[in-house]
Structure formats: structure tokens, C-alpha cells
Ligand binder design. Sequence first.
Ligand SMILES: Nc1nc2c(ncn2[C@@H]2O[C@H](COP(=O)(O)OP(=O)(O)OP(=O)(O)O)[C@@H](O)[C@H]2O)c(=O)[nH]1
Ligand SMILES: [Mg+2]
Length: 453
Amino acid sequence: MSGEQVLEILEKRSLFDPNDRPQSTRRIETTLDLGSPLGKVDVSVLVWPTRRSYTGQPSAELHVIGALPLLDAVVANLIEAGARPARPGEFTMRAFLAGRLDLTQAEAVLGVIDAEDASTLERALGQLAGNLSRPLQHARDTLLNMLADVEAGLDFVDEDIEFIEDNTLIERLGDLQTELTQAAAQLRERNSQHTSLNVVLRGLPNAGKSCLLNRLSQSETAIVADEAGTTRDLITVEVEYEGHTFSLTDTAGLEHRGQDEPDWQVMSQAQLQANRAVQHADVCLWCIDASDLSPETGSSFTPPKSSDRKRTATDRVVLTKADLLKSPPTGLDSLHAGSESLPTEFRSMPSIAVSSVSGEGIDELWKVLISIAQQHDSNETGGVMGTAARCRDSLRQSIDHLGTAIDATENQIGHEIVAAEMRLAVNQLGEVTGEVYTDDILDRVFSRFCIGK
Ligand SMILES: Nc1nc2c(ncn2[C@@H]2O[C@H](COP(=O)(O)OP(=O)(O)OP(=O)(O)O)[C@@H](O)[C@H]2O)c(=O)[nH]1
Ligand SMILES: [Mg+2]
């Protein structure tokens, strides 16, 4: 809870002794009476009674046993005592409005919450620490100081007093332009690093995974052979396609070898590696040899538990070696109508028939991957990626305004115009960090949060 009435509500619910009202940050072990049938439940109350809290307002956290019905009852109880449910991102928005965070840091909070791997987390934490806003705030401060000089000059224009010489002005505006261009490039780079989509090829030995990797990457990276069990180590190739970066990983064929079988140690390690790759995959392409569908295809083939996978992972069945079929398959169902040769998980996945030899279906497969990449990008625009999307335009505009200000100074058009352009640049920079904001900007930033953050 956050807000002026927090202590009042806690008091109403007898969560602290009225003779011992918390004056500073405190932890209180007590009980909350939820009435029949739940009765009194243990709660641990953390209170920030002053403005020294995350939101800059009196705040409290109630820690209780994590059972949903219990949580619902606690929330209902507090609402009845005068609280209301928070809107998405409202806690962080209040922190922003109280000046505890700038806008890029608020977005970084979301980035930290959403981070799915170490590098995303690191970027989000960096942004939270002010890596992005510090240079921009510095540029804005410098610009404001220069603007003050230019505007002061305007007041004394008749006396012919200049507070900043045109040459110095042009030089300093140019420096700022360079600084901002660098910041924009950094953001862009960070953006492109992140759009790489992890695509993992998995399937039985000889399904044609390595051949497909080579076809998709237009390379001869992986060894292709008739022999089952050719690929062991993970093979990863980065491919750029229509503005998206894909990281394609070929894996060893799915198989289980007993301890007395040849190579079992190597093979079991290969399986571990492959399974780990699937856990990190954004897309898993389950490769199934369309020319050789048999009951075994199914029995030795089970997708891993979704709990071990990325939350946003997508699966597709790829029917390989389509060139070996007399008539092109239209999907799994048509291939083995009524047959039970594949587990239901696979039968319900969208499938696509391809041939790495003739190239049929490859364009369609790329279309599928591109659309997943696009979906992925739009999901990622929550946290730090959202900052990049939001800031790109502001940075570009402020660089443009600086350019116009330089031109106007060079051509002696008048310092009124120069000052006006500088002010526009200042405002654009302020929008990035949040010194200047509108409801619309706040809405764009905080609507991406989930409730209660
Ligand atoms: N006709 C035809 N043959 C293919 C196609 N793709 C792969 N093959 C053949 O199938 C065999 C196995 O191909 P690989 O790509 O090595 O299969 P894999 O799934 O990587 O096999 P492992 O690494 O052993 O798990 C090779 O002889 C390929 O030439 C295809 O689209 N059409
Ligand atoms: Mg292979």
C-alpha cells in the first residue's frame, strides 16, 4: 500500500499498537483478523511511515502466507478499510512523480521484472542505475545553460552585449549534437543486440536438422551424413533475415543410449546440451522426417515440460524431406490421418513441410520465423526495449533542432530563432528522462507494467 492514508488503514485493522505509532521504518509481527471462516492470520507488516519509501509516500507491505484465497481475502479486507487496487505500474509511477526515479529508470524497473536472461537483466540494472539518463541529463543541463546565455543576450540586444559568441555557440551545439548522436547509436545497437531470436532444431537422428540449418544459413556449417548420430555438439549460426537476427542452433538427434551401447557417454552429454538449448529457445523447430513417419517417430519423441522452457517459447513441427513425397503434404494430419504415431503435443502444433534439397517450404518457414520475431519484439518493448522505442524519436528530433540552431547562428538569422530551436531540443531531451512529461507519455510508459509494480 502506498499513500497518505496507509497508517490510518493499518490502525483501523489493528496492525500496530495505537500507543506505539511507527515513526520510522519498522517491521511488525502481528495478526490480521479476516473474520469467518479464515479467522486471524499471521502477517508481517513492513511500514515506511514517512516519505522515505519507494513511492515517496507513506507505504506498507503486508507479508502473508502465499495462498490465493488468503491473498484475495487480505486485499478485500484492506479495500474495505479504505484502500483501492493499484493501477498498472502505479507504484513506480508514484516513485517517478515523487522524483525518486526518472522515466528511463522507471522503464528499467519493468525491464528488471521481465528479464529472462542474465544479459537483459544486466542492461535493465544498468539503466536503473542511470547509465542512460545521466549522459542525457548532462546534455540537457549544458544546453539549458547555453540557452540562458543566448536568452540573456536577447535582453541586451540594443546594447550589443553578447553573453556567448557565435563561434563558441556553434562549436558547443555541434559537440552536443555529436554526444546525442552517439547516445542514439548506442540505443540502436542495444536494440539490435536484443532482437536475436533463438531458434533450436530438435528431432530424431537423421531427420535432416543439420541439412536444414545449412539451408537456412546458406552455409555448409554443419556436417550432413546418412549416418544417424552425426551431430553431437551444438552448432550455432547467426543469420540476418529481413532486419531480424536469428541465432539458429542445430542439436544432436534425440536418442537414448544404454550404458553398454557404444558412445553412450558422449551421446548422453549431447542430449543434455541439446535439452539445455531447448530451454533457452524462443522457437523450437521439431523436425520430423515426412518420408519416414512410423510408430517409432512418436514413441521416442516427447517435448520437454513447458515449465522448463522460456515463458514465451513457441513450437513448430517441421516436416522435412518433403521432396521425397509423391504429393506435397498439407500438414501432419493429412500425412497420417488417424495414425497415432505422434504424441498429441505435436499433432496440435502448427506444422510446415520443407525440403532442404529442393528448397520448397523454406520461404514459408522464414515467414513463420519472421512473424514470431515480430511478435517477440513487440513483447519485449516492455522494459528497456520500450525506452529505446520511446526515445528514438525524441533524440532524433532534438538532434535536428540543434542542427537548425547551428544553421540559424551561421546564417545570422537572429538569436530569437536560435533560442527557440534550442528550447525545442531541451524539451525533447526532457521527454526522454521525464523532466517534461504529458499524460500521454506517462500512459505509454506505465500502461506496460502489470498491476502492483
Ligand atoms: N531428399 C532429401 N534428403 C535430405 C533432406 N534433408 C536431409 N536429407 C538427407 O538426410 C540425411 C540426414 O541429414 P542430416 O541433416 O545429417 O540429419 P540430422 O537430423 O542432422 O541427423 P543427426 O545429426 O544424425 O541427428 C542426409 O543423408 C541428408 O542428405 C531433404 O530435404 N531431402
Ligand atoms: Mg545433424
